[in-house]
Ligand binder design. Sequence first.
Ligand code: AMP
Ligand code: GLY
Length: 434
Amino acid sequence: MNILLIGSGGREHALAWKMSQSSYINKLYIAPGNAGTSECGVNVDIDICDFDKLKDFALSENIQLIVVGPELPLVNGIYNYFREQNDTSHIEVIGPSSKGAMLEGSKHFAKEFMLRNNIPTASFKTFSIDTLKDGIDFIDQNNPPYVLKADGLASGKGVVICQDKEEAIQILNKMLKDYSDDSAYKEVLIEQFLSGIELSVFIATDGKSYVILPEAKDYKRIGEGDTGLNTGGMGAVSPVPFANEEFMSKIEERIIKPTMQGLINEEIDYKGFIFFGIMNSDGNPYLIEYNCRLGDPETQAILPRINNDIIELFERIAAGTLDEFELSVNPSFAATVILASGGYPKEFQKHFPISFRNKSTPHLVFHAGTSFDEDDKLITNGGRVMAVTSIGEYMKQALDVSYYKIGLISFNNMYFRKDIGQDLLSELQDSMIL
Ligand code: AMP
Ligand code: GLY
């Protein structure tokens, strides 16, 4: 089978790595990919949202399956584009229809969907420029912390949590007035603040059945001890000790099943992944958000724990026979640490050479912002540069190996968090299963 994978981050390198091990694969192409994906298949320089070019390429290379990594092409309708044209409808696309992708593409749509389907989530109100005054009154009448969210896709920058009433009013004004050219900010949600500990839960679905994939905990802030600016994610661990059977079954009953039923009732075509951003508030799960894709860096921690041939999973999603698929998960721990360019998530420099002490790349190092210079030398090319994953029988082992491997990698201004998994280790220490 010839497959086209869309995207260029660490998640896509992990997907490409996993797919390249499949016995079903003939040729794997990645558009546009990164230096790491070029070791798993052939990178093709096509923009992820240039559907006409992707179509020409898919037809000329006899692509049978397209796997979509990031949300943007999904929200822009890549599934419908291929499905609805006679000459491309035979190509299976792993990812939801544009309506399904609205679960991520519009926070207002997602919240209304949660309400219709009785899914526990933070209460909210939505405001636009026409109701700005109501929004200000709403902030005035409520207590901090205030959670303000752009309705649309805002590259991870659309959520602001603030403690101060005046600041919240200022931010609301800014979002609805100053950013009005950006369609993501046409509406702004103000949400109830949920306290607790976060968890990323994933399912693969064919629209009827679903498989729960390994869960992960993501470390979103740039600074140690979860301080500083939000990033795309600075590390991940899987499994997550507090996601025990009891808690996972609450998530399944209260969130996953009603979501699936909602998709079926509302006839939303969904063949792909759903990422549930969960808040564990005193042992009860609340849904913070949906994403219509896998997480990054969570994917780099969960895929190495899956024993199955991933193409078989994709084929079953496409064929609508996921009920016949049995997931096999390695019970070991995976720990992923992101190596970032100093300065990220603000300004940073790139195009620094990357070197490995033993001349070879350690096992399970997934590239994100990397490329080759004109001499074919590996260089940095983004904020998040690489994800270093290790597997261990115990979480501490997995973390220790990842940090050891990081010691073998260097580039100018390399930054990484040294406390990935530390919060969970103390929990494990209490129960003596370090
Ligand atoms: P989102 O883009 O909706 O995932 O929000 C980004 C991050 O903001 C989440 O991962 C949470 O850490 C935080 N967040 C979002 N909504 C809430 C909420 N209602 N209460 C507390 N934290 C939140
Ligand atoms: N790591 C969070 C995300 O992929 O959105």
